[in-house]
Design a protein around this ligand. Sequence first.
Ligand SMILES: [Zn+2]
Length: 411
Amino acid sequence: MKRLSSALFLPLCLVLLLSLLSGCAPTGTAAPPSPAVSPSSAAEPSPEPSSEPSSTPEPVVYPGPDIPLTVWEGTVEHLFFHPVVCYPELAFDGDSAEKGIDDWMITVTEYRRILDSLYEKGYILVNLNDVWEEYTANDGQTRMRRAQLMVPEGKKPLVLSFDDVNYYEYMLTNGFTHKLILGENGELWSYGLDPQGNEVVSQDLDAITILDQFVEEHPDFSLNGVKGCLCLTGYQGILGYRTNTESTDQSPEFEANRQKEIRAVRPIIDKLKETGWYFGSHTYGHINLGKEGRTLESVQRDTRRWLDEVGSLVGETSLLFYPHGARPDGDDVRQSGPMFQYLQSEGFRVFCAVGGSSYSKIKDDICAVICDRMHPDGLTLRWSRERYLPFYDAKEVFDYEVRPDYGYDFE
Ligand SMILES: [Zn+2]
């Protein structure tokens, strides 16, 4: 595994700082030459796993025939996460990336505490695709409506989504896992490097494998084995594989490596789908749809590229997750502007922004629904404890041991 050279790394940090401050991962397509730093040579888990491999989990049967189900009429809560920090000493090391990671990410410890709390409070994971459905109204137009969502009595439905599950270059040196891989028995692991540079294959360091294990241990946390939605961009590939094209490198070598990465990621996608994960678009270039001067043409170009390079691998999806939580056309609540109409015409039906509640609104002029997702992260842990009490108590979740001293609003 090569590391980023310092010549590459410093400019990356600057990009990272700017992009993290503005809400998420780097925008645009000016990625560094990815094959040089892609850990693709480790597609096979060569080092010893850090714990005993679990056998492939039995298909989850919960809720089974003897559990009474009831129609859920209330709000379906929706929380989203970014990749979780597995090596806080790399994330919170005082470099230019630290503040952004502190704002928008949580640590593995915090993630586990949040899952525990959600489970204890009676939440059960459901698929966002099962919350809404398309139907033909009396006037012959197709519209969206709430689907009849059946949940076990006493349980509260919850959607989880995970943004930017791309294992961006900047994450590789900042305390995150590097990619998902398959073990000998076809089970999912994460691959990465610890702070000393040793290769680590684990199921305890990545939001995906941690939730897999949690559901295996608590089958009644998931309706029919559902996990969460993986919201993918495409500009640095997907799931840790550099499947993206690069306008600056059209050499046969680049393309050969890209095809190798595509072959390597396909079985990962299959495994994820088989185990309750599903996919949505986070746009190709993590573009800000609400940015002043954003043109329809740039949105069309971005969408085509997402469909070509990501949709072609993960399959059709009607779920779109706005980067930076930014709504298109300035506002999609009161209007369906040209960008919104275009995105809808490409098959998207559920449009998710970010907000302080699990808001949703069925559009009456077009077949679409718009939603907000809540965001467990450093900012809300520190400053929105009250608002998140229905899910967990930030005071108990907060990772005091490793977080920098940026304050919080509880005693
Ligand atoms: Zn994002």
